[in-house]
Design a protein around this ligand. Sequence first.
Ligand code: CP
Length: 299
Amino acid sequence: MMKHLLGIRDLTTADILQLYELADRFYEVLQQPTRKAPALSGKTVALLFFESSTRTKLSFELAAKRLGADVLNFSASGSSLSKGETLLDTALNILAMGVDAFVVRHHGVGTAHFLAAHLPTPVINAGDGTHEHPTQALLDTYTLRKHFGYLEGLTLTIIGDLFHSRVALSHLHIAPKLGLVVRLCAPPTLVPPLWYNLGFPVYHRVEDAIKGANALLVLRMQKERQAHPPIASWEEYARFYQVRPEHLSEGQVLMHPGPINWGVELHPDLIRSGASRILDQVTHGVAIRMAILYALLLQ
Ligand code: CP
């Protein structure tokens, strides 16, 4: 196992399978009444979130606490960043308080890599701009593995705002390592031009992209990253790209990394339907993040 978790690109297949095995163990622990496996007792994990988060931040906090670690929650607003302190000085000062690992979410691509280059402790990328969100791809594929019992040969269709999605890019890195077949689907305005050359088929019609797939990963329209709206209206996007009940066939499962824009990328009737694994993804996120913290801090 590597020292940091900065991107899926850096993980081997063996690393990923080792994390799944650890997550299986921690998933069982989480079913017990105490839900605790205090292997990281005495360790401290700092959460540095410069962008909003519900799932990733809380599940890392819970994962660290379930493992017996202490958690430091840094919030950019109200910090001395507003007085001109740099990012690295901020991290070094937190390190000086006695921290064993950093979990970092930042709008800047490469921020976690920058900190990893200057800090002696493990750094985990919890999302860097439009680059990677490795722990999300790990928990998504873990969810598929738990549902189907295997991954090799499964077809996953990723639909939505590919242009601004760090989740999609992490999936493009993880799929070949696990034998997953990936299809991409978005309006032409939301496909990064180079993605047509990566060897993954790109569809512009939802019906074609979904047909015969085992699973769908529907992505949020990332309005906060879109300086100029890439489509004429959200109504038009929903008309042509919203995933609706009639699109799904028996046995297909539906995932979404969250948060959901209700009524835009996903029909409301699908969100809590039998096909939806969306809340399972969140549950599995705790076990996967326990596995990551354990692997980086104890191995
Ligand atoms: N999927 C995800 O990263 O959700 P949050 O932004 O709430 O952490």
